[in-house]
Design a protein around this ligand. Structure first.
Ligand SMILES: Cc1ncc(C[n+]2csc(CCOP(=O)(O)OP(=O)(O)O)c2C)c(N)n1
Length: 641
């Protein structure tokens, strides 16, 4: 990677936040522009999350300047806006390895740095964590500050309000910085923002802002001497008009809105609030992508980006033969809705990521974005289903973990027909352990009356989606598919129903059976070819359904083969292979079974191909495991991952 260090005057003198604490405002401003330049230099070559970090440069500098980090605790929400924080906290040079195998994480990680005081990746956790850390501080009679930094997107998550509410009740000394750039990944769906903007634009507010708000010290200046009077005035006007009303009602003192790119003002406000008692909310307004024109004008594209040409902002494209699963899903939704207007698509703040943006464009009335609110999205879907709509909730596997109880309590128990489309099932690659879809087959399979299926390719994905929406099923019906490019098979003109609970034999063999689901089917085909060269004739079966299992097919396999291998891109614990074992156990079948899947551990980051190879679950790795199993081990119920 080429980084021209000589053009940076200050950045390479900063190895920890201590190094900036004596900088004057002029130097801090220069540092801000150097951090931006560096982010553009590095991320244009590595790819990664980009717009959020560009928008948070001044905020990050001001926080590390004013607070005594790492003694004072900065708790970042989600983490992708924390790249400037990484740069300032000793990871400047390591930024070139961000999101790569053995490199630094794209999110916060406690074991990566003492400045990452709380891990992140999933949204809306920072306030709850901060409340816990502030209460722990008080319990242990320590005296440091606790600061949570949360975006307006993450503020759409219900957990943020649970945290605010609890802070309002417990009243620890705690600062929440709301970094409001009016964007989630896509334009934010935060009703409060509308209310807030209305108030800010209101002529009465503008008058009051001059007359009273400055006086109370709530805006740019502080007048401590007149605070007592001001507080009375403040509560008098609070009922009339105030942008922070929501937070005030929850027990916070609200300061803002502050220009989040004005370093002087940010430092000033943090200096003033850092010793105040009780929960404080500082509301900063920032611009996502700030300082890099292409990112300012296309905020969605530059939220997270692959390597790009920094002069033009154009992505450096790798050509690919196959479409993405996500795109095939989005297009299939449009076709299905065109035939059945009772079908609707639901996303929790990921219209582009799930492909539902295609539906949004074609059928806006059949599309809903709930914000980062997976739990609500699922119960919202249940409500729709209860009244005769067929909802398809498209949520990444990792984020659906949030809505486990809603699937059980609101959908399955009430036998409601809700389709769950789990994108990014399996290893996702560079986002790493917070984002791998490693657990869904397990957490779904245990739910009574659910159907769980995984397509072997994009054509089967279409048929499974069709089956899921059109075949009425008393309960949730889930389909999970991987991140990234599909197999590249031709797509049929029409949809075909897939009989529930029926697998298919793809290749007959006589030595050993490979029972695979999802992505592992194409890998098994390839592994069987490699095994053939080694003289092992493997039968390949696409099981399609994790629940209900195809019992007839399992009986056949049990009677034909001594050695059977199950393959899934899911934790080895409690997934598809476990289901097969349970069935064999119940039937008292004595075959030797080897389960291949993800380890009972958190898998680190790296490209999908690197991780598959490392774990031995790519075709070569699979064929090696099978060969050992067939020729030597013969272990009953062997586990491999
Ligand atoms: C529970 C959960 N759902 C969805 C996501 C995907 N996601 C990552 S960032 C993001 C938007 C966050 O917006 P905001 O908090 O405003 O931060 P910004 O990028 O604007 O700085 C979303 C939806 C997530 N990380 N966690």
């Amino acid at each position: 990677m080429t980084i021209n260090k000589s053009k940076y005057e200050l950045l390479f003198q900063v190895d920890s936040p201590k190094d900036i604490r004596d900088f004057n405002l002029h130097q801090l401003k220069q540092l801000a522009s150097e951090i931006r330049e560096y982010l553009i230099d590095v991320i244009s070559q590595t790819g990664g999350h980009f717009g959020g970090g560009l928008g948070a440069v001044e905020l990050t500098i001001a926080l590390h300047k004013v607070f005594d980090t790492p003694k004072d605790l900065l708790i970042w929400d989600v983490g992708h806006q924390a790249y400037p924080h990484k740069i300032l906290t000793g990871r400047r040079d390591a930024m070139t390895s961000i999101r790569k195998l053995n490199g630094i994480s794209g999110f916060l990680k406690r074991d990566e740095s003492k400045y990452d005081v709380f891990g992140a990746g999933h949204a809306s956790t920072s306030i709850s964590a901060a409340v816990g850390m502030a209460i722990a501080r008080d319990h242990l009679k320590k005296d440091h500050k606790v600061v949570a930094i949360i975006g307006d997107g993450a503020m759409t998550g219900g957990m943020a309000y649970e945290g605010l509410n609890n802070a309002g009740v417990l009243k620890p000394n705690l600062i929440v910085v709301l970094n409001d750039n009016q964007m989630s990944i896509s334009p934010n769906v935060w009703q409060y923002a509308n209310y807030f903007n209305e108030i800010i634009a209101h002529p009465e507010f503008q008058k009051l802002k001059g007359a009273i708000w400055d006086l109370t010290g709530k805006l740019d200046q502080f007048g401590d001497g007149i605070r007592k009077v001001a507080v009375r005035l403040e509560s008098g006007i609070k009922s009339i008009i105030t942008p922070g009303m929501l937070f005030e009602a929850l027990g916070f003192r609200y300061f803002g809105p502050i220009d989040g790119h004005n370093l002087g003002k940010l430092i000033n406000i943090f200096e003033k609030v850092k010793n105040l008692k009780g929960p404080i909310l500082v509301h900063t307004i920032t611009e996502k992508g700030k300082g890099y024109k292409p990112a300012e004008s296309n905020k969605e594209k530059f939220h997270g980006i692959s390597p790009f040409d920094k002069l033009t902002g154009h992505i450096i494209k790798k050509s690919s033969a196959a479409p993405k699963y996500t795109t095939v899903f989005g297009n299939a939704m449009v076709e299905l809705v065109s035939k059945n207007p009772k079908i609707v698509g639901i996303t929790a703040a990921m219209p582009d990521g799930t492909g539902l943006n295609i539906l949004q464009k074609e059928y806006p009335d059949n599309f809903y974005d709930t914000g980062i609110a997976e739990q609500h999205a699922i119960t919202f879907a249940a409500g729709l289903a209860a009244e005769g709509i067929t909802p398809v909730a498209a949520i990444y596997s990792t984020f659906l973990q949030r809505a486990f109880d809603q699937i059980i309590h609101d959908i399955a128990l009430q036998k409601l027909h809700v389709v769950l489309a789990l994108d990014r099932g399996g290893l996702v690659g560079a986002d790493g352990p917070t984002h791998h879809g490693a657990f869904d087959l397990t957490y779904l399979r245990l739910i009574p009356n659910i159907v769980v299926m995984a397509p072997k390719d994009e054509s089967e994905l279409r048929d499974m989606l069709y089956t899921a929406v059109e075949k009425y099923h008393d309960g949730p019906i889930a389909l999970r598919y991987p991140r990234g490019e599909a197999v590249g098979v031709p797509l049929k003109e029409n949809f075909e129903e897939i009989p529930i609970g029926k697998g298919e034999i793809l290749k007959k063999g006589k030595d050993v059976a490979l029972l695979a689901v999802g992505k592992m089917v194409s890998y098994s085909n390839e592994a069987a070819r490699i095994l053939g060269e080694a003289g092992i004739d493997a039968e390949v079966i696409n099981m399609r359904f994790i629940k209900p299992l195809d019992k007839e097919l399992l009986d056949y396999v049990a009677s034909k083969f001594d050695k059977i291998i199950t393959l899934e891109e899911n934790t080895i614990v409690g997934g598809f292979g476990s289901g097969v074992l349970e069935y064999f156990g119940a039937k008292n079948y004595k075959n030797d079974i080897l389960r291949i899947g993800l380890p009972d551990d958190f898998v680190e980051q790296g490209s999908q191909a690197e991780l598959h190879a490392l774990l031995g679950i790519d075709p070569v790795g699979i064929s090696k495991k099978v060969e050992v199993f067939v020729n030597e081990l013969g272990v009953k119920e062997g586990i491999s991952a």
